[in-house]
Write a protein that binds this ligand. Structure first.
Ligand SMILES: [Zn+2]
Length: 249
């Protein structure tokens, strides 16, 4: 294998890594959004529970005022008791007070029921508030982790790009331009391995003679069909066998 082809293989590996890391970076906001939904749901539930609790408190407040008003009316009626002269007047007066007192009992029952509901809701409000805090905490932690991950991936990309520039500078301009054209046109894959007479770029059989040439000569060949640069690599199992290992010198 010639040096230019070796550099092309390295370049392809680095470009594949850069694309993959960039894809991972692009996915990060979506990962964070997964933790935003539970937070939104918890906040909505908390707000609606709080609102219900506030409505109950408002109702109780209104009932308290109503109770005071009715009590006031009874007190005023009672102060007028001394002015009553006839039995008939007295009877009407007594009935009027009784009606108001009955009303007071009704209001007191309502207030009691409201107080019970308010107490029950107070627990719910606290529970929902705790859920919001926990979801906020999760979101914050994940946000921090994702930010750290982003910094790490960006630095990995920078390292790959620096290596890439180093390799690219050592490749003939003409070959580098061909590589870039193929890379852009062929879905980011310009250099591929040939295995068992098959181009792994387009999965097409290549002629046996071409396969032998790729294996035996140090020229750079491209696939007849997909036009990608081709290279051959000894299978790892065969490479371990001393008989098939070629001397490195
Ligand atoms: Zn091909």
């Amino acid at each position: 294998m010639n040096d230019q082809l070796k550099l092309l293989i390295e370049l392809q590996e680095l470009d594949t890594a850069i694309v993959s890391i960039a894809d991972n970076i692009a996915l990060l906001p979506r990962k964070l959004a997964q933790f935003e939904d539970p937070l939104k749901e918890a906040s909505t539930l908390f707000e609606s529970t709080k609102k219900k609790s506030e409505t109950l408190n408002k109702k109780k407040h209104d009932k308290d005022l109503e109770l005071d008003e009715v009590q006031d009316k009874i007190d005023k009626l009672k102060t007028r008791s001394n002015d009553i002269k006839t039995n008939k007047e007295y009877e009407a007066h007594r009935k009027e007070i009784e009606a108001f007192e009955k009303n007071i009992h009704k209001i007191e029952d309502d207030i009691l029921a409201l107080m019970e509901a308010i107490e029950a809701f107070a627990g719910d409000v606290q529970k929902e508030e705790a859920k919001v805090k926990s979801a906020e905490e999760d979101f914050k932690i994940q946000g921090k982790l994702i930010e750290e991950k982003k910094i790490k991936l960006n630095s990995e990309i920078d390292i790959c790009k620096a290596k890439r520039n180093d390799f690219a500078a050592r490749i003939d301009k003409n070959i580098y331009d061909q590589y870039m054209q193929k890379f852009e046109r062929l879905g980011g894959l310009a250099v591929v391995q040939v295995e068992n007479e098959i181009c792994l770029g387009c999965n097409t059989n290549i002629p046996p003679q071409l396969f032998n040439d790729i294996k035996e000569t140090s020229k750079t060949y491209t696939c007849y069909y997909c036009k990608r640069f081709l290279y051959y690599q000894e299978p790892p199992a065969a490479a371990e066998n001393p008989q098939t290992t070629t001397p490195s010198s």
